[in-house]
Design a protein around this ligand. Structure first.
Ligand code: SF4
Length: 641
């Protein structure tokens, strides 16, 4: 099938127009489908930016299904992965009458591990809540087909029961496992091997291709094409996956599992008990000692604190000793041999991070309420990403609504090590001139001013009056978010939904249902939130979303750019913030019938030269500095309504 034929499927005379209720043929969607079909056929690298509402999912699923090739489609989150697999893919599949086999593959931590469930049930659990969750999982295990923990919505994602009943590459017994034939991980993997279209998420894709960590190594590289949706997330994720990391959790889990495995082996428990307890104690004391440090920082800060340094040295010694001991016990059971491999790997990584294995790595730490992690992150991500693509000999299609900076794809391509890519930009079908208005309030102080948030709230209050709520207020820091909440709570007539006061999905549901709510969000609300219709008619952005300068990896990256003669601000910080702003602004208009006002409160948009780059990267909506235009915009909407 030729590329124009693929595009015609989405055209006015095609099956989608005939069979899908409400389907509107769009030239932009057809152009993208054509470009994707060509990239798959030629095994090209394509970077395709598709404005909101283009229908990019159909634009890549149609050529993928029609290609007759093996295609891996990767999405940003597991929720999007499910949406693609259970909603979009079956629809396209049915309309095309396709015979292609499809499968959904997640990382192993998403699947119930029958062996570990069995072990946990035997061990029992003194904690009442955990015991009841465990028995619910046990009952579910008898009826689930996929073993995907997403099916168990009642058990919170962060429940400590999950690590007890799911596997990691280190603790999986593989072919020697007694449950191997019924194993959900093995079944999902086998399905993926046989399927033509495999839906994965970026985490799994990266883990698999970057580290072969998930043990799916042979499935994904066999593909003819990779389609990465929400591809703007790739650079950040690559940083995580090419890093070497060790966490407190990994060490305490290992300690726990080693003792559990020792139970059936004569004499093993008595030998392991002491070193295991010492590891657990040291991890706990180290975490406590790190309380005096900022939550994130360069590794050097750990070395400079003598207590932390000494505890870390002790921990390295004990981990090495535990690893040796497990090595000597490993022959006595498969489970202990496995614990030995994990201990060896963790001990090696600890040493590598502590001793600066490579000068091009940034070594850093972070602490969590009950744990910590140590990392060595490579500064150059372009080379490993390039190597990863080269190893596949496949087409690579990167798509998202936010890849270019004022139409230029250079920043994205450089980060991924892509030279001379095919690029495509297709405009959103929305009529931004009519549907939207950007309002830049006058007289706001510099964003570093102490009372900046107070001034922002004062400036947007009349906008909220004009829109009768129906707004997202997006903040670049949690501090600003809290201050704004303080200023609004009890003083406005609209229901407030504040990030952190309830789980994200609940806040969104309630916001949608309220119809006139005001939602205050930071980081996670800038992306992937879809509220079409009148419930969302204003998006306020307090400041330009520059990355936090206290991030040790960012700091090192900026220094490296400077040394290479590149202005780090214009070469990195501005483009990255442009992408983030485009994401935030993209929440406003989600449908051809939406109307709304984007309020940009950062005065640097008009006072600094780089402000133009931000504005030029936004959808083409009229701009104003006059509040009266905003009130007129909403009054006009009422007349039209
Ligand atoms: S093969 Fe691995 S994941 Fe599967 S049941 Fe056994 S231990 Fe668990």
């Amino acid at each position: 099938m030729t590329e124009p034929e693929v595009a015609a499927i989405l055209g006015a005379e095609g099956p989608f127009a005939r069979e899908v209720p409400g389907f509107a043929p769009r030239e932009a969607q057809q152009r993208m489908a054509e470009a994707v079909a060509e990239a798959i056929a030629e095994r090209d690298i394509l970077i395709a930016e598709a404005g909101t509402g283009t229908g990019k999912t159909f634009a890549y699923l149609v050529p993928a299904l029609m290609s007759g090739r093996k295609v891996i489609v990767s999405t940003g989150t597991k929720a999007l992965q499910d949406q693609l697999f259970f909603r979009d893919l079956p629809r396209v599949h049915a309309v095309l009458g396709s015979r292609a086999r499809t499968s959904l593959l997640k990382g192993r931590a998403n699947y119930l591990c029958l062996y570990r469930l069995d072990q946990s049930v035997r061990e029992g659990n003194p904690d009442r809540q955990l015991a009841s969750q465990l028995s619910a999982i046990r009952a579910w295990s008898a009826r689930t087909r996929r073993g995907d923990r997403m099916e168990m919505v009642d058990i919170p994602e962060d429940s400590p029961v999950w690590p007890r009943v799911t596997s990691t590459p280190e603790n999986c017994l593989g072919a020697e496992c007694a449950f191997f034939d019924d194993c959900h991980v093995v079944k999902a993997r086998r399905d993926a091997m046989e399927a033509d279209i495999v839906v994965v998420n970026h985490h799994l894709l990266m883990a698999d291709l970057a580290l072969k960590q998930e043990g799916f190594g042979e499935i994904l590289p066999g593909a003819d094409a990779f389609i990465l949706d929400e591809a703007h997330q790739i650079p950040e994720l690559a940083g995580q996956f090419f890093s070497q990391s060790v966490s407190a959790r990994q060490m305490t889990d290992l300690a726990h599992d080693a003792l559990a495995e020792a139970q059936g082996v004569t004499g093993a428990t008595s030998q392991l008990l002491e070193p295991v307890e010492v590891v657990q104690d040291l991890v706990r004391r180290l975490r406590l000692a790190m309380d005096s440090l900022p939550p994130k920082g360069p590794f050097g800060a750990l070395d400079r604190d003598s207590t932390v340094h000494d505890l870390l040295t002790e921990l390295r010694d004990v981990m090495a000793a535990l690893s040796d001991l497990l090595g000597s016990l490993g022959e006595r059971s498969r489970g202990l041999a496995n614990a030995f491999e994990r201990a060896q790997m963790l001990s090696l990584r600890l040493d590598r991070i502590a001793e600066e294995h490579s000068a091009s790595d940034v070594r850093w730490y972070e602490t969590f309420p009950r744990g910590f992690a140590l990392h060595a992150t490579p500064l150059d991500l372009a080379s490993p990403l390039r190597a990863m693509r080269m190893a596949t000999d496949a087409a690579w299609i990167h798509t998202s609504a936010t890849l270019s900076i004022a139409g230029d794809f250079g920043h994205f391509a450089r980060q991924l090590g892509i030279e001379d890519p095919q690029t495509l930009h297709v405009e959103s079908p929305f009529d931004y001139k009519r549907q939207a208005l950007a309002y830049l309030p006058k007289d706001l102080p510099d964003p570093s001013a102490r009372d900046f948030t107070d001034k922002v709230i004062a400036a947007i209050r009349p906008v909220l009056d004009a829109s009768d709520g129906r707004a997202f207020l997006l903040f670049t820091s949690h501090r600003a978010l809290r201050r704004a909440a303080e200023l609004l709570e009890g003083r406005v007539p609209w229901p407030l939904f504040v990030q952190g006061s309830a789980p994200r999905h609940r806040l969104l549901e309630e916001f949608r249902a309220s119809g006139r709510g005001v939602l205050l969000g930071a980081a996670s609300f800038w992306e992937g939130v879809d509220v079409a219709g009148e419930a969302l008619s204003v998006v306020v952005i307090d400041k330009l979303p520059f990355a936090m300068p206290d991030d040790p990896v960012l700091q090192a990256r900026l220094e490296a750019l400077e040394e290479a003669g590149i202005n780090p601000f214009m070469g990195w910080q501005v483009p990255t913030a442009v992408i983030a702003l485009k994401q935030g602004a993209g929440r406003l208009i989600r449908d051809v019938n939406d109307r709304g006002v984007l309020v940009l409160c950062d005065p640097r948009l008009s006072t600094k030269g780089y402000g133009r780059l931000f504005l030029a990267s936004l959808p083409p909506m009229p701009r104003t500095r006059e509040l009266s235009d905003v009130t007129a915009f909403f009054a006009q909407g009422e007349l039209a309504g």
